[in-house]
Design a protein around this ligand. Sequence first.
Ligand code: ADP
Ligand code: MG
Length: 691
Amino acid sequence: MTIRRADLSDPVRFVKGVGPSRERQLANLGVFTAEDLLFLFPRRYEDRRTLTPLSSLRPGTATTVIARVVAVEKRTTAKKQLSLTTVLISDGQGMAKAVWFNRVGLENTFRSGLRVALFGRVELRNGVPQLVAPEFEVLEEDDGEEELLSIVPLYPATAGLHQKTLRRIVRTALEEYLPLLEEFLPVSLRERRRLCELTEAMREIHYPTSRENWKTARRRLVFDEFFLLQAGLALRRNRAEKPLERAPSLVRGHFVEEYMNRFLPFVLTEGQRSAVEDILSDMERTAPMNRLLQGDVGSGKTVVALIALLAALDGECQGALLAPTEILARQHFLRLSPVFTALGIPCALLTGSLGVKEKKEVYAGLESGEIAVVIGTHALFSEGVSFARLGLAIVDEQHRFGVLQKHTFRAKGSAPHVLVMTATPIPRTLTLTVYGDLSVSVISGMPPGRKGVKTSAVSPKKLPAVLRFLKERFHLGERAYWICPLIEESDSDLAAATARFEDLSAEFGAYGVGLLHGRLPLAEKERAMEDFRSGVTRLLVSTTVVEVGVDVPEATVMVVEDAVRFGLSQLHQLRGRIGRGNAEGFCILVCTPSTPESRQRIEAFCSSDDGFAIAEADLRLRGPGEVCGVRQSGVTDFRIADLLKDQEILRLARAEAFALVGEDPELRNTPLLADRVFHVLGRSLNLVETA
Ligand code: ADP
Ligand code: MG
């Protein structure tokens, strides 16, 4: 007979007490291996440390009692649908009942005189206290009370699997497999950060001995979760940088200087200046830049992007600016190409809707290097696109592309610098996790002279007043957006937008009304935008197409219908379309919040114009995956860590992880840690193990 050696990767069915049906139930909890069982952390605990005498049971509380069985009774209701097992118990001073429903054969477990421990909720029935469906243990005469009186874990529930069973399975796994889990944190790190030992933390998290000890254990395990992710991100960043060093290049040359001195139409804000500084210093290094530029809607990211592009040109490289939608790409082109032209820089627009011949011309120009700057959509990633010497690629409104997506530009020679920009203010905690391998610049503060936006919520009954208000603003020469209730561009929603457009045209025809939605042919979309920009139309009825980046300074009113259906960050994006010039903006949410929660959300939104605070609120309400579109990636599915509550530990873990990888880029001195990182994150971070 060969003796099998236990291994953490053993399937759960190797654990004593787990058969095929339990195996299926455990799979529902995401538990497939013995190790998964160890890391199935309790969601809550039940404190069974204080024993209550039967004479002082209090209804409505969960209680632990130890008593003797006095009598057992089994009854079936008239229609035999429900069986009821009742046990009468006594502890010498008081009496109580315990009842269970539909537990076949349970009556045979108890007989009079037996000593039992019960844990459950107390109810009062006909003046008699009773424990409803309590958990129980039959005690031997010499069983001490000590062991029973503990803090007991409550694991995530799944149909058919009793807590008691699950507890026994996890307990068995802890005995058999926990000794195989090796400490992977270096001792020096644990001592410096006062982190307890791993197996100790694991034991304590399942069976806490005190609140203090539990806290210590949790801190260690939260640290681990963050630390492993950060170490993985640090490794990924190292590898991205290493093989593709670039020649250092000039970045503060003729073009940047000319633009700053002669063309810049305003003074940069402090935030813009420091972002430009971060970017230019990155671009002076030989390693490719990997930077995230965050700035609330309207904070002025475009000009920062422009200066970065000019810096790339000063280094005699090409630059590319990628936008998520055709409208936005065209808007950028419209605004930026005059600057490039004035500086004598050839620049082109590349989008999916160009004709074949035009596309070929752009491809040729990029390949030969004749075109120095290209602004475009996804079309920039097409087969035919290849740059002569791409120096900088900028991705605008990155969140629209999916957070973890890596953009691969086909560039000859060395890797380009990459700058990604986002206006969805991502809470710092999330930045550190999902964008953990990027450097971050934040533009805080707005350009001066903004009058701000007043936000209010009104019920649909008040629509006539809203229309009167719009008329006043039109008289003052201002413009307005009207966002129709649309989440998906389904046909019925489109019909709603079209119908709304007709209503509003009847009302405001004299001021010019335009319609914009995703299904319009491009030429019409463009005309709708252009008419609105030039003032031919004062009111633009639209689906959420305008959410991203559109910039028309004369627009002062934003009406959003059925606003409760939008995420707060999305509403904030919409609101960011107005109040861009120097007139006050008005955001009017038309909605009937039907739950206290939605009312709270709308109120919170009306009273705050801080994009970061709003994003934090969204994060709390909807979870990180929803907010940043990373739900599928698994990177933010922490088992124990809480992004909002554990920010302090996150910062600590990040600093330690990046420092460690900085000193030892492949973690050769800490092989157990390296193994652990690959084991936990290798797949989701696409890390390739190097020999
Ligand atoms: P976003 O960060 O949302 O992309 P934009 O780059 O579109 O913002 O800028 C919003 C508006 O603010 C634009 O009309 C732009 O010309 C203007 N702007 C940007 N920076 C400044 C500044 N430093 N002073 C005054 N206006 C500015
Ligand atoms: Mg923008």
